[in-house]
Design a protein around this ligand. Sequence first.
Ligand code: ADP
Ligand code: ADP
Length: 227
Amino acid sequence: MIRFESATKRYPDGTTAVDALDLEVPAGRVTVLVGPSGCGKTTSLRMVNRMVEPTAGRVLVDGRDVMAQDPARLRLGIGYVIQQAGLFPHRTVVDNVATVPRLLGRSRRDARRRALEVLERVGLPGAYADRYPVQLSGGQQQRVGVARALAADPPVLLMDEPFSAVDPVVRGQLQQELLRLQGELGKTIVFVTHDIDEAVVLGDLVAVFREGGHLAQVDTPQRLLES
Ligand code: ADP
Ligand code: ADP
């Protein structure tokens, strides 16, 4: 579904952030990229939606080189969730999510209906719809971020430390909800974290990065714990 083929990113200042990454991300599963800060996880993730362009090698989504695809079109099929949900502060919860179906040409009414539907899925019932982001807890804001990423029903979801800024109890809840959602929707998820415990909880497959943008190991969580 997603394949990195010797994918390499060297930034203009000479930093090699990702060094010849070979990784196959299976469809319909959660693949976690884990490792200490600065080892190239975010850069790898962003090569999937072309926010970062490889300087060598390539990244394929559904067998097609991302560099051969129109970025806007590519991103319609790839939801993206980051640590601080990145919500529009002056728009209500439902309008934050409805932005996506509106961009896809749905009527205002249809877009709202779709937004309410995905918000419900991530555990935010209608009562929250007309609040503003600042009126929500950190965990609830992340739920809105996930809802927005799901609004276009993309087959792929990229998640970059989405739960790192919330407290441990809520974090555990969000992890369990993500697993439930994954069971229901069967998305292909690539999830970045520096927390090995989170990687083991969430991953069907765990890719361990080390300094210098190298991939050290790829395995199931079970085998990783045994090794
Ligand atoms: P980010 O890259 O998202 O800013 P960092 O990787 O810098 O996050 O990590 C934030 C903090 O977590 C740092 O103080 C780092 O030392 C610490 N940290 C790194 N690895 C782990 C780990 N495996 N488990 C828990 N904390 C970790
Ligand atoms: P991680 O997500 O594992 O913390 P990153 O992919 O963010 O790692 O960064 C990998 C390396 O690339 C780090 O050394 C980081 O400082 C560097 N880096 C990231 N973004 C840039 C950039 N825009 N310009 C130069 N260096 C960068």
